[in-house]
Structures are given as C-alpha cells and as structure tokens.
Design a protein around this ligand. Sequence first.
Ligand code: HEM
Length: 450
Amino acid sequence: MTVALPPGPRPLAVTLGLAQFRRNPAVALERLARQFGDVVLVALPGQSLVLVNDPELIHRVLVVDHALFTKGRALQTAKRVLGDGLLTSEGDHHRRQRRLIQPAFHRQRIAGYAATMVDLAARWSARWNDGTTIDLADEMMRLTLAVAGKTLFGADVENDADVVGETLRQLMTLFDILTLPFADLFDRLPFGPSRGWRESRRRLDAIIYRLIDERRRSGDGDDLLSMLVAARDEHGAMTDEQVRDEALTIFLAGHETTANALTWTWYLLSQHPTIEAALHDELDRVLGGRLPTFGDLDRLTYTRMVIAESMRLYPPAWAIGRRALDAYQLGDYLVPAGTIVLVSQWVMHRDARYWPDPLRFDPTRFLPEAVASRPRLSYFPFGAGPRICIGESFAWTEATLLLATLAQRWRARLVPGHRVDILPAVTLRPRFGMRMTLSRRTSAVGSGSH
Ligand code: HEM
C-alpha cells in the first residue's frame, strides 16, 4: 500500500486563509473538506493539522486507535482552570476517575434529577411574559446553570448562589480563552492566571470544600456531589481535591452545551412553523397540559427528534482534537507524529453524502429506520469511544424535559432584523445572541400558567 501525506492547501493559501480560520474555524474546516476530501492536511507553521471527515476513519481515531492519541497541549492550559477532572485527565488516572464517576450518571440517578429539571423549567415558564423580548441564549444559559447547580450541589448552593454564579462566570470566560480547539495553533495564551481570577477561584474553592465536608459528615444526599464523595474503588475514595476538580468539570462541561442546543432549537422552530406545530401536537397529546416527567420521555419521541436534528445542524461541540503520539497510518495516508487530528461534527453533520439536502431542518431524519441506514459516526454530537460524553443521557433528559416544559406553553419568534450567525468558541454559540419575542400558546391544552 502506498502511504502518502494527505492532500491539502499550499502554504500560501494556508497563510491567506488564517484570518478566515480565526473568524470562523467551523466554516473554514467545512470548505477544506469540500475542496480536498475526507483527509486534509493543513501545514501551519510549527503545527500540522489533519482534518478527518469520513465516518469509518473517525471511528478509527476516536474508538479503535484512541490509545495512539492524546488530547493535546490545549488541555494543559484547560487544566489551570479545571484541575485534573474527567475532561482534562488522561491515561490510567482518567480510566479510574471515569469508573468512579460513572454510577452518578446511571439511569435511575438521572431519573432522580428529572424532577429538578422540570421544576426549574416551570419556574422559568411562570416568570416569562407574553409579548416580551428576551435573549433566549442568555435565558437558556441561566436555566441550565440553575439545573447544573441544583443537581450537582443540591439545595445548599442557593445560599451561595451569587458567589458561585459570579465566580463560575469568570471561570467560564477564562476557560473559553484557554480551551479554544485551536489555542495550540494560535498561541493565544500569553497570561498567567490574573489576580482577580485567583481570588475568585479561592472563594469558589472555599464553598466547594465546605459542601464536600458537609457531605462527608452527613454521608447521604442524592445530589451529584454526594455521589462523588461516596464513590469508592479498590484504591479507596477520591481526595477532596479530586472531588472538587470533578465537580467543577461537570459543572462547566455540563451546562453551556445543553444551553446552546436549546437556543438553536428555539431558533430552528421559529423558522419552521410546521415542525413547531407537530412538536406542539405531540406535547399536547402526551402531556395533556400537565408538566412532563421522566416517565414521559419514551413517548416524547418527536421532541427528541427535533433536538437531535437541531444538534445535527448546530452541534454544541463542533470539533474534537487529538494529537498523534507517533506517525499514524490513517487509511491511505500518513499522519506525522505530533499532528493534531481534528474531527468536526459541524463538517460531518452537513455532509450531503449522509444528509441529503443538508441545510434543510427535518427531524424525520432521526426516525429509527433512517438512523439505521447511516454509518454510525455520521452523527456524533457527544463524541465516541472511551471519552464519549459521560453526561449524554443527562443531556438528552435535560434538553427534552426543558423543551417540553417551555414549548408546551410558549413559542418564540426572532426579533425582526436580528442577525443570526455562529460563533465557534469552546461550544457553538450564536454570535449575536438570540433576541426573540415570546408569545403564550393559546391552543395549549389546559393553558393556565405552570
Ligand atoms: C447537549 C449537551 C452536550 C454535548 C453536545 C456534549 C458533548 C461532549 C463531547 C463531544 C465530549 C467529548 C469530548 C472529547 O472527546 O474530546 C464530552 C465530554 C464530556 N462531557 Fe459532555 N456534552 C453535553 C452535555 C454534558 C453534560 C450535561 C455533562 C454533565 C452533567 C457533560 C459532561 C462531560 C464530561 C465530564 C466530559 C468528559 C468525559 C471524558 O473525557 O471522560 N456533558 N461532551
């Protein structure tokens, strides 16, 4: 077999393309894949990048040969924010932590969190007013932040909500800068942690350690933090520091992604009234005006398909990067040691070979027979392999219950003239937010307020 370097743009084209790459890396990657094919080499000064856009090869990188890659240098910087949590750890340490934490995400645990999710969404619904204009992106972020806070730390955190909320906002800003998928390439990391950040971090640590201490003493509780504190394996329990790192990681990894999925869903529904009507039909039929429960999820099939199709067009995690430890043979090509291999949900989910008429929003693409007809990794919003999102079931439950609770009562319409564009940061955000006007559904069964 011949083994050659993958095709790709010439050095001058790479240099000229850098500005576009920075402005919108997702679209830049999409162009490269359309122009050069399933494996594209971008030789940047000091760092090569290979984009892989074939379901079988993506499976090789993320699943079969995962041990031949690391998560790369950007991770070291993310560690400064998140410590050594699940998202940033590697090797044996990652394996152990993953096994310890997995039970906190079992089905019956998530069923327990469902009531909290619905309760918070109902509170949001009760606060919304007919005819008002809000930024749905902000609103969804606040709601999923509340869900993460409550499920992770339980009721206690409400007393500390301001400090926790403010500190986490700061942390997230920093996290943003440090973990851009291309931070490695663009070397945007000039600073050490600023004084303000260190101070916030200290305050947040004090709160989290206090909560951990309370859990250790009381020995019960059904929030995620209690699970982390109670987790044991043959080496014993986690240290307080490990619990803190894992808690922070889950908190940060867990809410912005779901918020974005919901924001894009509101946007897509506003543009497709027929699909919105079909969603309302299902919600009215299954729920008859009452609040949803975990037990309803199996019957909210169209709701779930709407969310799946929304994450196809606007995948909250839009690219995953891995660094090749050694030279690696990928299909017919050679990937040099040290290269960053990128797989992009944004690019794959819009590939017409697997998604005919890719820009059309069509939830029926997720009918079971349609799903079965496609290669598995033509759709991977949660990644794949040993590092697949540990919160996937949590996220499906949350997104479905939040959308069901809110869309049962409300529709949202884009403010005329509001610009919609993507901002591919750590997650895929709406660049200009999502200004929308709310209107109460009058036809909802039993349409009193929640
Ligand atoms: C729509 C919502 C979500 C999306 C699209 C999403 C996507 C992802 C993806 C793609 C990865 C893999 C990254 C990689 O392979 O490098 C990941 C990992 C992770 N996610 Fe999620 N996620 C979501 C929600 C959540 C939630 C709700 C939680 C927790 C409550 C969570 C916690 C994590 C953690 C801890 C990891 C690291 C897992 C590991 O490396 O072992 N995520 N997520």
